[in-house]
Design a protein around this ligand. Structure first.
Ligand SMILES: Nc1nc2c(c(=O)[nH]1)N[C@H]1C(S)=C(S)[C@@H](COP(=O)(O)O)O[C@H]1N2
Ligand SMILES: [Mo]
Length: 350
């Protein structure tokens, strides 16, 4: 009897919550630079906006000389730019904080990478004639909370005018899927992904610091449990890494074992990844596989000759070209953002 060809077995997203939909990428099993839509993590504060409620036009108003309303075709006719950028939720790895913190209990998969195509935001702001008095640019999504609250975030003018901050209308070569913000979403490479507003329908230039709740209450680092002293906004992605293989508490055989993963940063590029197989006593450099794209993650691998049986703690520590290094101890904060302590797993060699 002929052996039937097996269908290709695929990973699937890891569900964190369904209403609203929050799902992780199966990060141990992504081998590509580009995360396909079916595995792309999803992070939503509100239910999805019904597709018919999402405007098909983008408004640009506030402190501009020529307020604009642009449709899909008009946006497509403007000079476009394509970039590969990592999106990482500021709450990625929240579950690892000690003491534990409240919020969506993300493990290590609130991170994905897409090819984003669209128009640099500065092109639109110049077309509209942004005024000198503008200080913050506010981005409004079309999704609504139960009390009609809105998802809004701002960028300071300098970051808004950065040539790589784009209003995207393409993800991975096609129109942006509804869950990821069709028709338009902001992409802010290098910043945690709360900045990349989905279902973008309005851009407003204002002359003061924006004070919406997703900017002043959420997405702030609160270093203390019971006071707001020392609070700071969450912005740039910290240097970080992930071990894809082996997995935590795997059992390995004596001999050659491949340790691999990826590393990323929101500032500069990854310059080094070091691996320790003795809980930090000694460190060896991993081989890096860098993308041409400055905002893409870097794959790394290290071949470990496991000579002895026993239990081992394997660590990975990434450095970036600006000199930032993953710390041994994460910066604990009450809302659990920006966890980037040295990546650690435990394995048994039999
Ligand atoms: N309009 C809108 N934009 C949003 C959000 C949202 O809830 N509503 N969530 C933000 C957060 S916190 C993250 S991490 C990313 C998630 O993008 P994704 O679902 O495409 O992966 O979108 C950001 N943009
Ligand atoms: Mo997020």
């Amino acid at each position: 009897m002929a052996i039937k060809k097996q269908p290709k077995i695929k990973p699937c997203p890891v569900t964190v919550s369904l209403e609203p939909e929050n799902q992780e990428t199966p990060v141990h099993f992504v081998e590509d630079w580009i995360t396909p839509e079916e595995f792309f993590y999803k992070r939503n504060h509100f239910p999805y906006p019904p597709p018919d409620d999402v405007p098909t036009t983008l408004k640009i108003e506030g402190l501009v000389k020529r307020p604009l309303v642009l449709d899909y075709k008009q946006l497509l006719s403007l000079p476009a730019k394509t970039l590969i950028a990592t999106l990482e939720c500021a709450g990625n790895k929240r579950i690892l904080f000690h003491p534990r913190v409240y919020g969506v209990q993300w493990q290590k998969g609130a991170i994905s990478q897409g090819i984003w195509g669209g128009v640099p935001l500065y092109t639109l702001l110049r077309m509209a004639g942004i005024k000198r008095s503008a200080r913050d640019i506010v981005f409004t999504g079309a999704d609504r909370g139960p009390d009609q609250s809105v998802y809004e975030r701002s960028l300071p003018v300098e970051k808004a005018m950065h040539p790589d901050t784009i209003v995207a209308y393409q993800m991975n070569g096609g129109p942006i899927p509804h869950a990821h913000g069709f028709p338009f979403r902001l992409i802010v490479p290098g910043w945690y992904a709360m900045a990349s507003v989905k279902w973008l329908c309005k851009i407003t230039a204002i002359d003061s610091a924006f004070e919406g709740s997703f900017q002043t209450t959420d997405y702030m680092y609160y270093p203390h449990a019971d006071t707001d002293d020392g609070k700071k906004p969450v912005t740039t992605i910290k240097v970080n890494s992930f071990i894809q293989q082996p997995q935590d508490y795997d059992t390995l055989k004596k001999g050659l074992n491949l340790i691999k993963g990826f590393a990323w940063t929101g500032k500069g590029t990854i310059s080094k990844v070091e691996v320790s197989t003795d809980n930090g006593v000694s460190w060896k450099p991993a081989s890096l596989f860098k993308s041409q794209h400055p905002y893409a993650w870097t794959f790394w691998k290290y071949e470990w000759q496991a000579e002895q049986k026993g239990e081992f703690i394997i660590l990975a520590r990434a450095k970036d070209s600006t000199g930032r290094v993953q710390p041994m101890v994460p910066e604990w904060n009450r809302k659990g953002y920006g966890y980037n302590a040295i990546t650690s797993i435990r394995v048994q060699v039999k």
